[in-house]
Design a protein around this ligand. Sequence first.
Ligand code: SF4
Ligand code: SF4
Length: 469
Amino acid sequence: MAKKNIPYFRDKLTTVDDKGKRVWLYPKKPKGVFFNKRQLLAIVLLALLFVGPFLKWHGEPLMLFNIMERKFILFGVVFWPQDFYLIVLLLITTILFVVLFTVIFGRLFCGWICPQTIFMEFVFRKIEYLIEGNAAAQRRLSKQSMNFEKLWKKSLKHFVFYLMAFITANIFLAYVIGADQLIIFIKEGPIQHLSGFMGLLIFSGVFYFNFAFFREQMCTIACPYGRLQSVLIDPKTIIVAYDYKRGEPRGPLSKAKEGKLGDCVDCNACVAVCPTGIDIRNGTQMECINCTACIDACNATMTKVNRPEGLIRYVSEEGIETGKHRLFNTRSIAYSVVLTLLLLFVGALFVIRGNYDVTILRARGSMYQEYGRDSLSNIYNYNFVNKSRKAVRIDMKLISPPGRIHFIGDLLTIPAGKAGNGTFMVVLPRKGMKASMIPVVIGLYDDGEKVEDYHSTFVAPNNLDNPVK
Ligand code: SF4
Ligand code: SF4
């Protein structure tokens, strides 16, 4: 609590009272230019999330994260365990991207794209406003003792919340097992898939708890990205900030004090709409998710009192202090170049990623065998992963030395996106063999066209001068 002549420094979360109890927030319904833009983006992102599992590309889902079968599809590109290094590279690049992006643009991601913010502000909070009304009505309803109105409003709200959580959990499940499998599960009913159904109920429960009760605590307590802000942002970072130079000293409009006060009329509108319950006028705070609700609220006030908008705006601390802010300074350009190079590097790795992954190994512990009167053979096992979108009939030819390949069993046809194993023999004429370990090159052919060469070795007898019996 602020004391006379002592500056006020907050040493606890705004959502925790002096006794350590949770302070429930009732943010006012936000409205304004930024809110409309965020709402539009949220609708697009939610639509993509909900239709995502049902979109297909060449018969495969556009996105799939099948952990059990270790199969991942990103925007139609199938990734196998063999491509795991690409996923790891992509993750490292994403982390670097997020770090560098945050250094320049602060928590832009939290306010505009983060699923927690989108679901909280544009799904669950909307349902709440619809059923319980705006902030004042919600506060009144919570404080009043139980009656019919409170019972039906709270029951309906929590029922719709759980239903929404259950639908979302189903969508997430579709991203893991595929939409077709999910539809089969639904048609066959929960009794047939009891353990899966129980898991779904539990996940829905966690989702429901997060948005019905945990809410902003996810951003202020649990989210590791939020915790990293204090080390990522600096005075040059663009944040949602209050222009204290222009706003202070604050005070209500008054003829007596005209010319002596700053632009902040102390209307508290920025605090009333804040979903994390902070007062942006106290400076950069770790709870601020840069949601822009206070920008809209303050702009509305500025318009009413006939002052220019932007008392709260996207700006850096340095920008407020010096009155100048250049988005493209040396640092942001250097970081953008690093980010671009990283993205190009990972993009190139994705592009040059082959359609097939072939492993050819000489059968473990095997030696050479006599093959007919004048030849020797070695046995090889192969594993073929077909990452392409069409079935491939395995076709291999011996490139060097002169000899041939003899497949054991039928030639394999590997369907698109599947893997297969097989065995073959390399047969070399004994005549002219000069070493006991002979390098062999095996060519892989697709539709008569050579795709790649694979190198292995052929084991021959030590005593090569022995005549063939
Ligand atoms: S201070 Fe403003 S931008 Fe930050 S969370 Fe609150 S309303 Fe959103
Ligand atoms: S909304 Fe603007 S004018 Fe009102 S208290 Fe906040 S900063 Fe001051």
